[in-house]
Design a binder for this molecule. Structure first.
Ligand code: UD1
Ligand code: MG
Length: 457
């Protein structure tokens, strides 16, 4: 069945009290609109039309998907007026047109597909739900036989209609040709002086076109975002569902309510994640990886059996099997740790590779460095990789021992097995196997006395 999809995203979202257009606020790290666009992918629509208006350029620039078309609605005179703007962009050969909302991000693809199937190019299909509190929503009007007769907006409804609990979710699927005809015939003689898309229901009934209603599996799918409170509520629901999927797959979460995944998290078997961790972008955790509490990990690949201790920050790094990192470590983009590497507290690594078994356990910086196997990099040592204009590399051979509090001034090469005496500032290459000491010699001053305060008389 060929399908058009129209996504309404022109509204301002006044209640968000934000300069950012509502549909560009983020849920699980991606925009509300992009959630809807991603959901549409499996539906394989002939055309997907996004209606923009408020901050149209920013909204259009943010959206990604194949074969997207944008139409602008300025000014915004209601949902019916929005669909009027989309009419010229619809593919006439696609007999069903599905209408979704850019601010209802958690609609599921199979619910949307079922709605489109219920239309089947012939019927008007509405997605409806029964709510305990229906305030603000359009109410579904049914006749004595239970057939849908129309939708009345909350502001136009009389007390009897307001007591109805079945509401229109804002999503429908309509026969394309009839939809075009109906929306062009809409009038705005209502409480809000708007062109209501919902008025097409009565038009369909008048023409004898069957109107059917389908329901989503859960209320979460049809909840819209109008305020920061609603956005936070949906974020928690989204995170909870993601956490449950991870646990179903065997991941042990210390607390599913204290995990945030803003992107894609892939886990092997026997993975454990402690509380308050945030995963962003693409992260993969190998078999048996343990993540301590309060870690922020983004775009990283962590090998089997690695141990990430609490309060560690990892961004754009690759970590080998059985490595240990943290607590309080920072791995920046381009950090690549081999098997069984140890990175300890207050150690920062950027654009550097550490071969198997290398250790930097305390208070150190490695930037633009190539570190050999089994190197021991002492507490407080740093690579001075920046000369004020350019970055330079430091190459540290296998089995090098860098003492505490050293400065390795790049460009610099330390051969295999070099030992660097504590407190050295090394700026010239050192051949393999040598001891280098580059610091002022120790002097003992004979007969020196500490100054003393003169006593008052
Ligand atoms: C609409 C429905 C109501 C339903 C409710 C569900 C109408 C007339 N009413 O009401 O029956 O219960 O959604 O949430 O359709 N938009 C535009 N251009 C406009 C107006 C709106 O693009 O001119 C977009 C908004 O950005 C939003 C969506 O359409 O994404 C719905 O608009 P909104 O103003 O929230 O409609 P409601 O009054 O809530
Ligand atoms: Mg609304």
């Amino acid at each position: 069945m060929a399908l058009n999809i129209v996504i309404m995203a022109a509204g301002k979202g006044t209640r968000m009290k934000s300069a950012r257009p509502k549909v560009l606020h983020r849920l699980g790290g991606i925009s509300l609109l992009q959630h809807v666009l991603n959901t549409c992918v499996p539906l394989q629509a002939a055309r997907t039309v996004v209606i923009t208006g408020h901050e149209a350029e920013a909204v259009e620039a943010s959206a990604s998907g194949e074969g997207l078309a944008f139409v602008r609605q300025v000014p915004q005179l209601g949902t019916g007026h929005a669909i009027q703007q989309a009419v010229p962009a619809l593919d006439g050969r696609a007999t069903t047109t599905l209408i979704l909302n850019g601010d209802v991000p958690l609609i599921r693809a199979d619910t949307a597909a079922a709605l489109a199937r219920a239309c089947g190019g012939e019927k008007l299909a509405l997605l409806t739900i029964e709510l305990a509190d229906a305030t603000g929503y359009g109410r579904i009007l049914r006749d004595a036989a239970g057939a849908v007769r129309g939708i009345v907006e909350h502001k136009d409804a009389n007390p009897a209609q307001r007591s109805l609990r079945e509401v229109y979710t804002g999503m429908m699927a309509a026969p394309t040709a009839a939809l075009k005809r109906w929306v062009m015939a809409l009038k705005n003689d209502n409480a809000q002086r708007e062109y209501y898309l919902t008025d097409i229901v009565a038009m369909a009934v008048a023409e004898g076109v069957p109107v059917v209603a389908t329901q989503p599996d859960s209320e979460t799918e049809v909840l819209g975002v109008n305020s920061p409170v609603q956005l936070a509520d949906l974020e928690r629901r989204f995170q909870r569902a993601g956490a449950e999927a991870l646990m179903e797959a065997g991941v042990r979460l210390a607390d599913p309510a204290r995990l945030d995944v803003r992107g894609e998290l892939r886990c092997g078997s026997e993975v454990e994640i402690d509380v308050n961790c945030v995963f962003e972008g693409r992260v993969s955790l190998g078999d048996g990886v343990h993540i301590g509490a309060h870690c922020v990990i983004r775009n990283a690949e962590i090998g089997a059996g690695a141990e990430i201790q609490p309060f560690t920050h990892i961004d754009g790094a690759k970590i080998g099997p059985k490595a240990t990192v943290g607590p309080f470590a920072r791995l920046r983009p381009g950090a690549e740790l081999g098997a069984e590497v140890h990175i300890g507290n207050f150690v920062e690594v950027k654009n550097s590779t550490l071969a198997a078994g290398a250790k930097a356990n305390h208070l150190a910086y490695l930037g633009d460095a190539t570190v050999g196997e089994r190197v021991n990099y002492g507490a407080g040592s740093i690579t001075a990789n920046y000369d004020g204009a350019h970055k330079h590399r430091t190459v540290i051979g296998a089995d090098v021992h860098v003492g505490s509090n050293c400065v390795l001034v790049a460009p610099l090469t330390l051969g295999d097995g070099v030992t660097v005496g504590a407190g050295s500032t090394v700026s010239k290459d050192v051949p393999a196997g040598k001891l280098v000491v580059a610091r002022a010699g120790q002097t003992i001053i004979e007969g020196w006395q500490r100054p003393t305060k003169a006593k008052k008389a």
